[in-house]
Design a protein around this ligand. Structure first.
Ligand code: FAD
Length: 284
């Protein structure tokens, strides 16, 4: 439960899922969610807008997780996707669906949006949305953080300063961007402590089960790839089944190390793949 994460009583294990873009893939998501629920995550978050999905889909999935599966859920919302009046509407829906948690994000400019439209968004930074939510709702708000800095930030220091502002605005826990070297995350944690950031921080882990994933999700994340990781891809990249096993084993080793280190939480980017997640958790 998110309560355990907030009270830092144990290392929580949570999942991220996404609503598929195509309508015919949408029904399949519910059976995947059922299979993920069997793995008993502490919470599941559902993305918004990534890959062009719509907010109704995020709400439908989030409501299913919260009300049918009885698992705490976090609905993602972005400044890019929500004007003030959309946000108000969405907050009413969240209340109706009894979903108390949101991940407030800025979002990135979609290909369908011009730079001018992007620059004229009503909530500019995630912290602007956090201020609004804190003032007008009783939602509990999470925020994103970047162990290797956000790609637009001039330095890790300035990124951390803005992260602190986001927390001061009302964020009560953080979920990190994916990373493939645990030491990078530990260094980031040390920096947050120096900044006076004390909210729980979940470590974002993406199990890489095919070389193709490197060209999409990983590239976009800006995460650096350590030698052990690139060696693994060089060795198994052309052999799908071996690559899948090696990628799951790599993520399992990362999670094992993070748990031993005593991190607050581990948030797994599942890519809606319950079978791979079951194999991963079995290895732990
Ligand atoms: P912000 O916190 O607003 O930061 C963005 C940049 O602005 C940073 O460089 C920061 O240093 C800088 N900044 C912040 N405040 C200020 C200020 N006051 N002055 C100057 N600079 C400032 N995207 C989606 O579209 N949908 C999703 O569902 C989604 N889920 C995600 C989940 C996680 C866990 C993560 C890590 C990312 C997710 N993203 C998602 C991607 C995210 O939207 C992008 O990474 C986006 O570029 C930044 O969002 P943010 O909320 O971190 O932005």
């Amino acid at each position: 439960m998110i309560k355990d994460l907030l009270n830092k009583t144990k290392t929580s294990i949570s999942f991220e899922v996404f609503p598929p873009k195509k309508e015919d893939e949408f029904q399949d998501v519910f059976s995947k969610l059922d299979a993920l629920a069997v793995l008993k995550p502490d919470f599941i978050s559902c993305t918004y807008g990534a890959g062009g999905s719509k907010s109704e889909k995020t709400m439908e999935i989030a409501s299913y997780i919260q009300n049918k599966l009885n698992i705490d859920t976090i609905a993602h919302m972005t400044c890019v996707g929500f004007k003030k009046q959309d946000l108000e509407k969405n907050c009413h829906l969240l209340e109706k669906e009894k979903i108390p948690y949101v991940l407030a994000l800025r979002g990135d400019r979609p290909l369908t949006m011009t730079e001018e439209q992007f620059q004229s968004r009503e909530f500019f930074y995630a912290s602007d949305m956090v201020h609004y939510l804190k003032k007008n709702t009783s939602l509990q708000i999470a925020g994103a953080c970047y162990p290797e800095k956000h790609y637009e930030a001039d330095s890790i220091e300035s990124d951390l300063e803005h992260l602190k502002e986001k927390i001061d605005a009302g964020v009560c826990f953080l979920i990190s961007q994916m990373f493939f070297c645990n030491d990078t995350f530990y260094r980031f944690l040390e920096r947050t402590i120096k900044m006076g950031i004390t909210v729980p921080i979940c470590a974002g882990i993406m199990p890489i089960t095919s070389a193709k994933q490197l060209g999409t999700s990983v590239k976009l994340s800006g995460a650096s790839l350590p030698k052990a990781f690139t060696d693994m891809v060089a060795r198994y990249g052309d052999h799908p089944e071996d690559m899948r096993k090696a990628g799951i084993a790599y993520a399992a080793e990362q999670i094992y190390g993070l748990k031993k280190h005593g991190v607050d939480g581990i948030h797994i980017y599942t890519m809606n793949r319950p079978k791979a997640m079951a194999e991963l958790l079995k290895q732990l």
